[in-house]
Design a protein around this ligand. Structure first.
Ligand SMILES: [Zn+2]
Length: 168
């Protein structure tokens, strides 16, 4: 199914308010409609729609990226932050994330997927279980917090660059 949502955006660079449509999902049979990524009509900065106060589950994206590719984690953290306050908020949420609870709920999802013979989902949850295990190891050795601080300071640099690029 193709779903399009109308959204209101306040530009994080210049404060301009604007409206636009975003593609939530598309039908692979009919192809994706031509919806361009939203950007501010005044300064051209790309719209940022994932915020710490509304998308707490997105810590998963950043933490799992951190395991594989630091630069990717920085890019995601920068994309999900409008300013340094957002970065600090993500840092807090990532450090406070309860890895045991995450592991437990992932195990439940995996069991469900196996019971219902949904193999591709089961594969995904198995992959996720390995990542959670590695995050737990990092956390126990005390290295997770310093890695999070490291990507946070780079994401702040990324935000500064973005600001100087678009500010009018
Ligand atoms: Zn703007």
């Amino acid at each position: 199914m193709t779903r399009i949502k109308d959204v209101k955006i306040t530009c994080h660079i210049c404060g301009t308010e604007y409206e636009g449509s975003v593609l939530m999902s598309s039908n692979s049979m009919t192809g994706a409609p031509d919806i361009k990524p939203l950007a501010c009509p005044k300064c051209g900065a790309p719209a940022k729609q994932v915020h710490p106060e509304t998308h707490s589950a997105a810590t998963t994206d950043i933490l799992t990226a951190l395991l594989k590719d630091k630069n990717k984690a920085v890019a995601i953290l920068c994309e999900y932050s409008r300013n340094d306050t957002d970065v600090d908020e993500w840092v807090k949420m990532m450090k406070e994330r309860n890895l045991n609870e995450w592991e437990k709920s992932n195990e439940d999802f995996l069991k469900d997927a196996e019971t219902n013979k949904m193999e591709s989902y089961a594969g995904e949850f198995k992959g996720q279980a390995e990542k959670i295990e590695r995050l737990k190891e990092l956390s126990e050795s005390g290295n997770l917090a310093s890695k999070i601080d490291e990507i946070a300071s780079e994401a702040k640099k990324c935000l500064e660059e973005e600001k100087s690029k678009y500010q009018v």
